[in-house]
Design a protein around this ligand. Structure first.
Ligand SMILES: Cc1cc2nc3c(=O)[nH]c(=O)nc-3n(C[C@H](O)[C@H](O)[C@H](O)COP(=O)(O)OP(=O)(O)OC[C@H]3O[C@@H](n4cnc5c(N)ncnc54)[C@H](O)[C@@H]3O)c2cc1C
Length: 299
């Protein structure tokens, strides 16, 4: 098989920009996301995979459902054709959508602690979101910030117990439950954050130097529009087609894996595992194509 990977940024996705990955098999001491991504790149290149970076896929034309060629078009208008596609566009951070958020992005409001945390050395920071990402990134921020407060809208943290225990034991961290952000305020740069206690309705103005928002993820599936079946949140549905393997979309020959797939578990190990399972299904699909259509890679 000839394989082309099209990536709008750099190789590595979210894993590549994660400070440390402690739960990927084979790395007993953990590994930095950047190093893991680079090792994966080297391994893919060793097997002849072609990597096309800084190219965004704008649309796909799934072609006839009976098989044959599918076309991928990039934002620059370049077209690539293949008998089978594997969709792995991942996810992006969700916004709070409150007044001021958009105005202060990069000037006090951030979505990546690894990228922007070092700007807040010896300063107070606020993390919005008490899931795995929020608590993990909050713990990471304690390396720089003098204090980190994690706001969680629900009545308990949603992070894993291990992370909750680490946060509870950390002298520079505290957690505020049932609390949400109503507004970001400032003049050119963030100066305060209006928060509300949802149990009492009491509003309060906090003055962190920076705020990091980790409230969930939306799939990067806008470019698919209605070419493959998506669930109500926009994640790619697999395993529902008549001839479908578990990783195949409702379009025969088009597969999906990783965080953008509905029901995925949002971990590097599972994303890689899903990719491997999809590849085996793709190989079977290609063998069918060769048998039924005489496809040899030149049509
Ligand atoms: C802060 C943070 C910490 C994490 N920590 C861990 C951890 O410790 N352990 C763990 O197992 N997992 C962790 N994860 C989750 C892990 O990073 C993801 O599960 C994994 O990266 C998913 O891989 P993916 O390939 O499905 O998607 P992604 O990593 O999101 O990759 C998708 C790629 O597709 C590209 N793309 C999207 N749309 C297009 C387009 N139209 N054209 C071209 N390219 C496109 C994107 O640029 C991106 O590079 C963490 C995630 C975050 C955000």
């Amino acid at each position: 098989m000839d394989t082309l990977v099209i990536e709008r940024g750099g190789v590595g996705g979210q894993a590549g920009s994660t400070e440390r990955i402690d739960n990927y098999p084979g790395f007993a001491e953990g590994i930095s996301g950047a190093e893991l991504a680079d090792r994966m790149r080297q391994q893919a290149e060793r097997f002849g995979v072609e990597l096309l970076v800084a190219q965004t896929v704008a649309s796909i034309n799934p072609g006839p459902d009976s098989g044959g060629v599918r076309t991928v078009t990039t934002e620059t208008g370049q077209e690539y054709r293949a008998p089978s596609l594997l969709l792995t566009p991942g996810t992006r951070y969700r916004r709070l959508n409150v007044p001021g958020e958009e105005d202060f992005i990069g000037a006090g409001v951030h979505f990546c602690a690894t990228c922007d945390g070092p700007f807040y050395r010896d300063m107070e920071t606020l993390v919005v979101g008490g899931g795995n990402s929020g608590v993990e990134e909050g713990l990471f921020l304690t390396r720089f910030a003098s204090h980190v407060t994690v706001l969680e809208v629900g009545d308990r943290l949603r992070a894993s117990q291990v992370l909750q225990d680490k946060a509870a034991a950390h002298p520079q961290m505290d957690i505020r439950l049932n609390t949400t952000v109503r507004e970001f305020r400032g003049d050119g740069k963030l100066s305060s954050v209006l928060v509300e206690d949802l149990t009492t309705g009491r509003q309060e103005e906090l003055h962190p130097a920076g705020v990091f928002v980790f409230i969930g993820l939306d799939p990067n599936t806008g470019f698919l529009s209605d070419t493959v079946e998506l669930d109500p949140r926009g994640f790619i549905v697999t395993g529902s087609g008549p001839r479908s393997s578990q990783m195949e979309t409702n379009r025969h020959g088009i597969f999906a894996a990783g965080d953008a797939r509905a029901g995925s578990t949002k971990q590097v190990a599972s994303a890689v595992g899903e990719g491997a399972a999809a590849l085996i299904a793709i190989r079977a699909h290609m063998e069918d194509e060769i048998r039924n259509r005489g496809y040899r890679g030149d049509n």
